[in-house]
Ligand binder design. Structure first.
Ligand SMILES: [Zn+2]
Length: 179
């Protein structure tokens, strides 16, 4: 197998472990460091630039972009259903559907095929969980409504009931595995 060394971690890895940087005359040119090191560097950068990223997101949260996001979600809804189901299967304790209180975002994220009855049922379910557990629960959008990579929708299959403390800590930068 053809391999090459990573400039960051020094390991010799298969070419598939390196992301393509750009296309050269003789084919794709790979990054000097491996995908794993790239992910780590990216995560560190995001952590160090939280305020900058928040400002960037806010500047991009326009009605036009929201409309484009809704269209994107509509196109990809079957795929997204699979993703969110996978997340729910992995997180059974948090997998009760619920309606969020992010009203402003919700109004802009509500698509034409919005399923009110499913969302209302989710709200009731969250209240039941609260009574059973004795702690406050809140509504979470599994795929965030506003982020710089994708746009979640306010629809039943994108909702989850999570302990309020957890939801507050997450912000809008979370994304299920595999995307
Ligand atoms: Zn590496």
């Amino acid at each position: 197998m053809v391999s090459k060394p990573c400039t960051k971690c020094g390991r010799s890895l298969p070419l598939a472990d390196f992301a393509v940087s750009r296309m050269g005359a003789n084919g794709p040119i790979l990054r000097p460091y491996c995908k794993e090191c790239g992910r780590a560097a990216n995560a560190a950068w995001r952590k160090a630039n939280k305020a900058k990223l928040a400002a960037y997101d806010a500047a991009r949260a326009t009605p036009e972009r929201r409309a484009a996001c809704i269209a994107w979600q509509h196109e990809n809804r079957e795929k997204l259903k699979v993703t969110t189901k996978r997340w729910r299967d992995k997180n059974p304790s948090r997998a009760v559907i619920h309606v969020s209180k992010r009203r402003a975002a919700k109004l802009r994220a509500t698509p034409p095929w919005y399923d009110a009855s499913a969302c209302d049922w989710a709200y009731v379910a969250s209240k039941m969980v609260e009574r059973m557990d004795g702690v406050r629960y809140s509504v979470d959008h599994i795929v965030p409504l506003v982020s710089d990579t994708v746009c979640g929708l306010h629809v039943s299959w994108n909702l989850a009931v999570v302990p309020h403390s957890e939801n507050a800590a997450k912000g809008n930068r979370w994304w299920p595995d595999g995307w």
